[in-house]
Design a protein around this ligand. Structure first.
Ligand SMILES: [Zn+2]
Length: 323
């Protein structure tokens, strides 16, 4: 079988933190870009390690139990989330991160270190989709966790006012091992994705590419999902063929970086290393008035079992029905 070539990619537009601050913060809302070292002046940059979260959970007045995502949920059959204590999970990840070799294999990844080192801002290149067949997307992942509700003091470690103004901000944390996968989707609000530990590969497609991204009917509270399962595009098929016409943007997100993901931008994320990340969704007043009530209403119906129950990212699929 011929190897799947997929869409052409370019590197994400990248600026330094100094340039970001010099230009007065967020000036373009319509295209994704990366601020290299964008969160390195935040207290969280110094503090937020796996061991630090393990201590935070251990010293909490009660045993903190959180909901973990069990493998890929954006495509295919969702497995029921797992409710487990936070402390042993983050402690084990810290041990895994400490035991990992200091230098990764330069040939590993959708865009390997070796290829990345040769690329300039105007180059187009193809990804190694075969890399995604080298592991299973079955990791238990603390994904999009509202951990600040449990630990409100964590907010003191952030400097969200530097990202944008006049927005209601909703920060969610992501903590997981290597090889966690967030499948293709768009979010309805704008999003700042901040990386504190580990490296991730981030693939993005502009909102105008929706016709190549095969939107699905699977339910998610804040996202629109794609039928394209990046773990399987190597096998071909009509969705993979359509995806080849999209206009890919690749970001290698390093610890300390921040990526601006405009609303309705398709994206997916694969972790190269054990990672700690933060998504900050910023809602305008118009977002809250126009979108909020509709989405909350649908979510109530969903949790009552009246709307797309079982075909969603938040509940396990009924056996066999959505497999
Ligand atoms: Zn659900």
């Amino acid at each position: 079988m011929a190897t799947y070539e997929g869409p052409a990619f370019r590197l994400i537009e990248t600026i330094t933190l100094q340039d970001f601050e010099r230009q007065g913060g967020l000036v373009s809302l319509d295209r994704p870009f990366l601020v290299r070292g964008g969160v390195t002046t935040w207290p969280a940059w110094e503090k937020w390690s796996f061991g630090w979260f393990a201590t935070l959970a251990r010293d909490a007045p009660r045993n903190v139990v959180v909901s973990f995502q069990d493998g890929l949920v954006e495509q295919g059959a969702t497995r029921q989330p797992l409710k487990e204590p936070l402390e042993p999970y983050v402690r084990r990840l810290g041990e895994e991160a400490a035991a990992a070799p200091a230098r990764r294999d330069p040939d590993i990844g959708l865009c390997s270190d070796r290829l990345l080192a040769t690329l300039g801002p105007d180059d187009t290149f193809r990804l190694d989709w075969g890399y995604l067949t080298s592991f299973e997307p079955n990791k238990v992942y603390l994904a999009q966790c509202d951990i600040l509700r449990e630990f409100p003091r964590l907010k003191d470690d952030l400097r969200l006012e530097r990202m944008w103004r006049h927005r209601r901000q909703y920060p969610y944390i992501w903590i997981g091992p290597s090889h966690t996968v967030t499948g293709l989707h768009t979010d309805y609000p704008d999003n700042w994705f901040c990386q504190f530990r580990g490296e991730k590969e981030f693939l993005l497609f502009p909102r105008g590419d929706s016709r190549f991204l095969s939107p699905s009917t699977k339910y998610d509270f804040g996202a629109r999902l794609s039928l394209v399962d990046i773990m399987k595009v190597d096998e071909g098929g009509p969705e993979a063929a359509l995806l080849s016409h999209a206009h890919g943007i690749y970001a290698r997100v390093l610890p300390g970086d921040a990526v601006f993901v405009p609303r309705h931008t398709w994206h997916c994320v694969v972790a190269l290393q054990p990672s700690i990340s933060l998504s900050v969704f910023g809602l305008t007043l118009a977002d809250m008035v126009m979108e909020g009530p509709k989405r909350i209403g649908l979510d109530v119906l969903h949790y009552l079992g009246l709307y797309r129950r079982g075909n969603c990212t938040c509940h396990g699929a009924k056996a066999g029905r959505y497999a």
